[in-house]
Design a protein around this ligand. Structure first.
Ligand SMILES: [Ca+2]
Length: 172
């Protein structure tokens, strides 16, 4: 077994490696290394990614109730800011439910049509909408679900639908 100090050094180093230029397979290995070695900073049941803790909850709730539930745990519904982040969140979902169910993330156009925001207040700087989405169908689609028709693909949907969800919170 590697000494704790070595693992801590590895975790520290991984934070500063740029994986952008690496092949996808290498990136996945590095992200997995981060998951397996560096989870100590998140509470049990939560998984670390880029200094935040994430958890998938299979219990189905409306987007509003899911967000309230995440807030009760000290977080929010999950935001996504990169292709790696999207792959991570969806891998997390599949690690609990292999079918990759349609799942709420924290995107909402609640205040104004087309004005997408994350419920955790972070910047809207990435999206992975399916072709033709977001379509605000019947002027009711204001919340963001992933894994809709396309694996890891996003759709805007009616917020009242009950779905599983992913929460994010800061490392304690
Ligand atoms: Ca839609």
């Amino acid at each position: 077994m590697l000494p704790v100090l070595t693992l801590l050094l590895l975790c520290f180093t991984l934070k500063f490696i740029s994986t952008d230029a690496m092949p996808a397979e290498v990136r996945v290995v590095i992200v997995r290394s981060q998951l397996s070695f560096c989870q100590g900073s998140c509470e049990k049941g939560w998984v670390v990614f880029e200094d935040l803790c994430y958890q998938f909850f299979p219990t189905k709730m409306s987007e509003n109730d899911a967000e309230k539930f995440c807030v009760s745990l000290g977080g929010h519904l999950a935001s996504v800011h990169s292709a790696d982040g999207n792959q991570f969140v969806n891998s997390l979902i599949r690690s609990i439910d292999m079918s990759g169910p349609v799942t709420w993330l924290g995107g909402c156009a609640c205040e104004k049509v087309g004005n997408w925001k994350w419920t955790d207040g972070s910047k809207w700087d990435y999206s992975n909408w399916n072709p033709g989405e977001p379509n605000n169908l019947y002027n009711k689609d204001r919340c963001l679900q992933t894994n809709w028709r396309v694996p890891e693909g996003w759709n805007d949907a009616e917020c009242a639908i009950n779905l599983p969800f992913v929460c994010v919170k800061n490392i304690d």
